[in-house]
Design a protein around this ligand. Structure first.
Ligand code: TRH
Length: 347
C-alpha cells in the first residue's frame, strides 16, 4: 500500500521519532511511505541511511499537488493541509484516514481506540477519520516496538568498543530526560557504586554540567545516535533514565534493565495521572514492598515526592521489568495492528 504520513514537529524529537519508526517499519514490510514533515532536520542523525520504501517530503501549505495514497496517517492530530484533505475527498477510492494518537495508559485509551470521527464540514466534509491509540493492553493499538528485544551481551560489547564502559564491573546508566530537579538526589543514591553516566545531548546534560558528581560516578557525553544505536544504548544499560514517548517505549521493549520515566511535563499537570495510570499497569502483578518502592522512585523522578535513600533492589527490579517485558512481547505490535485495521476499513 502507499501511505501518506504527516508529522508536525512541535518540540523535541518525539514527533519525528515516532513518525520515523512507523515509516521505517512500514517500509520494512514492503509498503511505500511518503513522510511529510515540516522539520526533517533530526533525521540527519536519527536515520542517516534512510529506510527502504520511505521518502521524506517537505510539508508545504498549500500541499504539493500529489494524489493521496491508500492510507493517510496524521500523527498526534497534526491536521494535514486543507488542499490535501480536499483531494482526499475528491478521489474515487477514498484513503483510510487515521489519527495516530499519543501513548497513554489511562482508561480513556481503551474507550477511544478505533472510534470514528465523521467530518461534516470544511475541506474534508464527507470523509471518515479513525482514532488509533497506542497502548499497553489488548484493547488498544499496542506498541511500535513490541518484539524488538536486543541481546544484552551484544549491546554491552558495543558499548565497550565505543569506549563508554571501562570494565565489566562498571554500571552503565543512560541519561535522556528533561531538566529534572531531583537528578542530583538520584545520583547520590547511585554513589559510591562505580557508574558511567551515558548522557545524551539536551537539557539533562546541561544540568549535569552545573553539578559536582558524587564519588564513583563519571560522565560520558554521547553524540546524537541513530535510532538503531539509541536502542542498543538502552539495551546495554543497567538503568535507563528516559522521557516522553518513544524512548519510554524502547526502554520497555528493547532493554532488560530497569528504567525510570520522566513524563513530558505539561502546564496543566496532565503528566501526573498519566504516570499513575502507567504505574498501575506496570506494577499490577507486584506486591509491596517492592511495588511501593518502585512507585515511589518513579514519582520522585517526576517531582511528585522525595527521592528515597536507596533505589529498589536491582534483582527484584530487573525481575519486575522482565515480567512486564514478557507481557508486552505477547501483545501484537502497533504496526501489525494498524495494517490489519486499515485492511478492515478498506473491505
Ligand atoms: O524528545 P522527546 O521529549 O519527545 C517528545 C516530545 O516532547 C513530543 O512533543 C511529545 O509529543 C512526546 O515526547 C510525548 O522524547 P521521546 O519521545 O523519547 O523522543 C526522542 C526520540 O529521539 C526517540 O525517537 C529516540 C530519538 N533519539 C535518537 O534516535 N538518538 C539520540 O541520540 C537521542 C538522544 C534520541
Amino acid at each position: 500500500m502507499l501511505w501518506d504520513l504527516f508529522c508536525r514537529v512541535i518540540d523535541n524529537f518525539g514527533d519525528i521519532g515516532v513518525s520515523w519508526r512507523l515509516a521505517a517499519e512500514l517500509g520494512r514490510r514492503g509498503h511505500q511511505v511518503r513522510l511529510w514533515t515540516d522539520d526533517a532536520s533530526a533525521l540527519a542523525w536519527m536515520a542517516p541511511t534512510g529506510a527502504p520504501g520511505v521518502r521524506v517530503l517537505q510539508w508545504t501549505d498549500p500541499a504539493l499537488d500529489s494524489a493521496p495514497g491508500d492510507v493517510v496517517v496524521e500523527t498526534f492530530g497534526c491536521a494535514p493541509p486543507d488542499a490535501f484533505l480536499a483531494r482526499m475527498a475528491q478521489v474515487r477510492q477514498t484513503p483510510v484516514w487515521i489519527n495516530l494518537e499519543y501513548l497513554s495508559a489511562e482508561p480513556y485509551v481503551e474507550r477511544s481506540h478505533g472510534l470514528l470521527s465523521p467530518q461534516f464540514s470544511g475541506p474534508a466534509a464527507g470523509l471518515k477519520k479513525w482514532f488509533f491509540y497506542p497502548g499497553f493492553t489488548a484493547a488498544t493499538g499496542g506498541l511500535m516496538s513490541a518484539g524488538a528485544l536486543i541481546a544484552v551481551d551484544q549491546a554491552r560489547a558495543w558499548a565497550h568498543e565505543m569506549g563508554w564502559q571501562r570494565d565489566a564491573q562498571e554500571q552503565l546508566v543512560t541519561v535522556f530526560c528533561y531538566q529534572n530537579p531531583v537528578l542530583p538526589a538520584l545520583l547520590q543514591t547511585l554513589s559510591p557504586q562505580r557508574c558511567a553516566l551515558l548522557v545524551a545531548p539536551g537539557p539533562a546534560r546541561a544540568q549535569l554540567q552545573t553539578l559536582d558528581l558524587p564519588p564513583g560516578l563519571r560522565q560520558v557525553d554521547l553524540p546524537y545516535l541513530s535510532q538503531a544505536d539509541f536502542d542498543r544504548l538502552l539495551a546495554c544499560a543497567d538503568l535507563n533514565l528516559v522521557r516522553g514517548e518513544d524512548s519510554f517505549v524502547r526502554a520497555q521493549c528493547c532493554a532488560t534493565g530497569p528504567f525510570l520515566w520522566q513524563a513530558y511535563p505539561q502546564h496543566d499537570g496532565a503528566q501526573g495521572p498519566k504516570l499513575e495510570a502507567f504505574l498501575d499497569l506496570y506494577l499490577a502483578d507486584q506486591a509491596p514492598p517492592l511495588a511501593t518502592e518502585i512507585r515511589a522512585v518513579f514519582r520522585a523522578f517526576n517531582d511528585r515526592g522525595s527521592v528515597p535513600n536507596s533505589l529498589p533492589g536491582r534483582g527484584g527490579w530487573r525481575a519486575v521489568q522482565a515480567a512486564w517485558g514478557r507481557k508486552l512481547q505477547a501483545q501484537t505490535d502497533l504496526c501489525s495492528q494498524l495494517i490489519a485495521f486499515v485492511r478492515q476499513k478498506q473491505a
